[in-house]
Design a protein around this ligand. Structure first.
Ligand SMILES: CC(=O)N[C@H]1[C@@H](OP(=O)(O)O)O[C@H](CO)[C@@H](O)[C@@H]1O
Ligand SMILES: [Mg+2]
Length: 550
């Protein structure tokens, strides 16, 4: 094909018309909205995936159909670039243009423009691997996607129902197959073998972990957890809960990582199952986020979020690098966003360099690539660890001087296999946490006591136009509306240990206010007072000024 197959594209596109009056946006998490209005989007994403692969000379790109932690009736789709990372940012606009072309003719014009703009050689092959989560709307949306892939003439591989991180793994494994950088067998089985093999080596000779309770959010994580559990056998006993993947309305309902983090509470279904002190965790609907928690001896819920995971695993890696005698050559860095609890930033800054970037996995991931070992976690439980190419090489060639160095080096090498370096991965991250807890013989309470979270509060403010809010300094300061930041600063000064920032959400039509302070009542008051300032500046909530805003 050296020209676009226009008549073929037209025929398929006519079968997937764009509904009028809907404006789609490829945002942080790809396209995401009600599953019932996504047919045309999926078709067009199929075409775009084919074009992206052609642009990359036939390297395989991925497409994942999921709406993660959103309610069951939502769905969405995102593209995965050849190394398993998220779609290059400059292509997000092409996705948005394609999705919003009102007619078949307009759509064909945008396709043409993308080909010209990005200088695509249409004679190149297109290769795409795709998967979906367990949502009821998934099967039909996948068939729309397949029409798009057929229309552009892509070679395809259907990964079926799988987790987001496994799809990312597959993309990287396919593209590195048979090379020095091979990421593993390019199959789901290859993923389970790689992770379980590394886990068993890492805990060999240690006291076997007590069973862990896993809330699978009634999503695809349940299927993957069941399979990895078979590979792990008694090296990690798992008790799987919320595994009803085919029960209507169950997905993410009163369970899952987002439910736990947002409500700071236990999924009700676990209430009579969890014993005090027992470790438990929640995945989200596509198994790329992880929250840990336990009940203390008084039966109170204690949450171990992404910040606590970062503190645990980053310190462990820093120690291993030192024990292996590599601290001069291998610099470990940690990336957070402004939502990281101030106490975690303080704890970690004493141990390694900490950098703050804008919200969104792509910002964290890119910043982490600048370190020899880059650790990133969002407070919401999405994160991973990246080992640079030179680091991987150094780990495989470094000659240890002592048995202790040799042991630490081996652990680091095995960690590079255990950790899914393409994207945050609930299963891989859980195994990583379990390794660290086993090595340190930590209970949940001991882990929790690394530092004490500052009380904090997150508030949403409905405003007339959230685009009026512009930020700088990794979203920690407002530059617009003019004068508002100064008012916030004045307020914050009155609160002991106070910190607050305001930014427009990238995924919801609201402005978010975050506040923390030394004591709970003060954190709440600060959040509501800043919320009040924002409302008075730009308020647009039809229900009026929220009564808690001071
Ligand atoms: C405060 C918060 O949790 N923000 C979330 C949320 O982004 P917003 O831009 O704040 O809506 O969704 C993002 C995508 O899932 C996630 O990366 C981020 O952490
Ligand atoms: Mg997710």
């Amino acid at each position: 094909m050296s020209q676009l197959p226009s008549s073929q594209l037209r025929a398929y596109a006519d079968a997937h018309p764009k509904p009028p009056n809907i404006e789609y946006q490829y945002g942080t998490a790809g396209f995401r909205t009600l599953g019932s209005v996504l047919d045309s989007v999926l078709f067009r994403v199929g075409v775009l995936a084919g074009l992206r692969s052609k642009r990359l000379e036939g390297r395989t790109v991925g497409v994942m159909v999921t709406a993660s932690h959103n309610p069951e009736q939502d769905n969405g789709v995102k593209l995965v670039d050849p190394r398993g990372e998220m779609l290059e940012a400059s292509w997000e606009q092409y996705a948005t243009f394609l999705a919003n072309a009102p007619t078949t003719d307009a759509f064909l014009d945008v396709v043409d423009a993308v080909v010209k703009n990005t200088k695509i050689d249409l004679s190149r092959p297109a290769r795409v691997v795709y998967g979906r989560d367990t949502r009821p709307s998934g099967a039909e949306l996948v068939s729309a996607l397949e029409d798009g892939l057929k229309a552009i003439g892509a070679e395809t591989r259907n990964a079926g129902i799988t987790t987001t991180p496994i799809l990312h793994y597959l993309v990287r494994a396919i593209n590195t197959k048979g090379t020095a950088e091979s990421y593993g067998e390019d199959s789901e089985e290859g993923y389970y073998l790689k992770l379980s093999g590394a886990f068993k080596k890492l805990i060999a000779g240690k006291t076997k972990p007590e069973p862990i309770v896993i809330d699978c959010a009634n999503g695809v994580g349940a299927l993957a957890a069941e399979k990895i559990s078979q590979h792990l056998g008694d090296s990690l006993p798992m008790i799987l809960e919320n595994t009803a993947t085919t029960t209507k309305g169950a997905l993410n309902y009163q369970c899952g990582a987002d439910f736990v983090k947002t409500g700071q509470k236990l999924p009700p279904s676990l209430a009579d199952k969890l014993k005090p002190g027992q470790r438990a965790c929640s995945f989200d609907g596509d198994a790329d986020r992880l929250m840990y928690y336990y009940l203390d001896e008084r039966g109170h819920f204690q949450m171990l979020d992404g910040d606590k995971i970062a503190a645990l695993v980053a310190s462990f890696i820093v120690d291993l690098v030192r024990l292996a005698g590599l601290e001069k050559e291998v610099k470990v860095g940690l990336i957070q966003t402004a939502y990281a609890n101030g106490a975690s930033t303080k704890y970690l800054s004493d141990r390694l360099p900490v950098k703050c970037v804008s919200t969104g996995v792509k910002h964290l991931h890119h910043a982490a690539e600048h370190y020899q070992i880059g650790v990133y976690f969002e407070a919401n439980g999405h994160g991973t660890i990246l080992f640079s190419r030179e680091t991987l090489e150094k780990l495989s060639t470094h000659e240890p001087n002592t048995p202790a160095q040799s042991t630490a080096l081996n652990h680091l090498v095995n960690l590079t296999h255990l950790i899914n370096q393409t994207v945050g991965d609930a299963i891989s991250d859980m195994l990583l946490v379990e390794v660290v807890l086993t090595h340190k013989s930590y209970s949940g309470a001991e882990w929790n006591s690394l530092y004490t979270d500052l009380p904090n509060r997150l508030v949403k403010v409905v405003v007339a136009d959230r685009n009026a809010f512009k930020t700088e300094d990794a979203e920690r300061r407002l530059v617009s509306p003019a004068g508002l930041q100064q008012k916030i600063d004045e307020l914050v000064r009155k609160f002991e240990g106070g910190r607050s920032f305001v930014r427009p959400s990238g995924t919801e039509d609201v402005v978010r206010v975050y506040a923390e302070a030394a004591i709970r009542a003060q954190a709440d008051e600060l959040a509501y007072r800043v919320g009040g300032l924002v409302y008075d500046e730009a308020g647009g909530d039809p229900k009026g000024r929220p009564k808690e805003f001071v």
